[in-house]
Design a protein around this ligand. Structure first.
Ligand code: FES
Ligand code: FES
Length: 163
């Protein structure tokens, strides 16, 4: 990035609250979140848009924050993993990941959970194929995917039964 590139002020809604930050327009949103805003729940894996570890929601769309320039956050509604729990209570999807072993090293987990939530917003009662498709942009080196899949299935069942 050119040394003389000017920073701009970006205003957005971040995890439900008005937020603003200064950044170079082409700074990676991932870096702004982690380094400037100290929201380190969003992880960096590949840094190339391939692994989904850095997934966040922008205006309801799942995006890889390593590919999003800070400029693009202007006026956007952003949700990161820090915005998923409800007060002190973990979201049902987070609870399911814990209960069903969906998280091991945890690098992929925030992105997986955002991907699962994004899927459930689009398909509240997804079938197996929709769950697989919804998680297909997120890579995991640890779990072999089955436990992640089972975690999402459990969260869906729980939502269906109200348990
Ligand atoms: S770190 Fe962004 S997709 Fe891998
Ligand atoms: S739990 Fe380690 S990469 Fe998925």
């Amino acid at each position: 990035m050119p040394e003389r590139a000017r920073k701009i002020r970006v205003s957005c809604v971040l995890n439900g609250s008005a937020s603003s930050f200064e950044a170079h327009p082409m700074a990676r949103l991932l870096d702004v979140l982690r380094e400037d805003l100290k929201l380190t729940g969003t992880k960096e894996g590949c840094g190339e848009g391939e692994c989904g570890a850095c997934s966040i929601e922008m205006d309801g769309v799942l995006v890889n924050s390593c590919l999003v320039p800070a400029l693009q956050a202007q006026g956007a509604k952003i949700r990161t993993i820090e915005g998923v729990a409800i007060g002190e209570s973990l979201h049902a999807v987070q609870q399911a990941f814990i209960a069903h072993g969906g998280a091991q090293c945890g690098i992929c987990t925030p992105g997986m959970i955002l991907a699962a939530l994004n899927l459930l917003a689009r398909h509240p009662e997804p079938d197996d194929a929709q769950i697989r498709e919804g998680l297909s942009g997120n890579l995991c080196r640890c779990t072999g995917y089955m436990k992640i899949f089972e975690s999402v299935v459990a969260a869906v069942r729980r939502a269906e039964t109200g348990a």
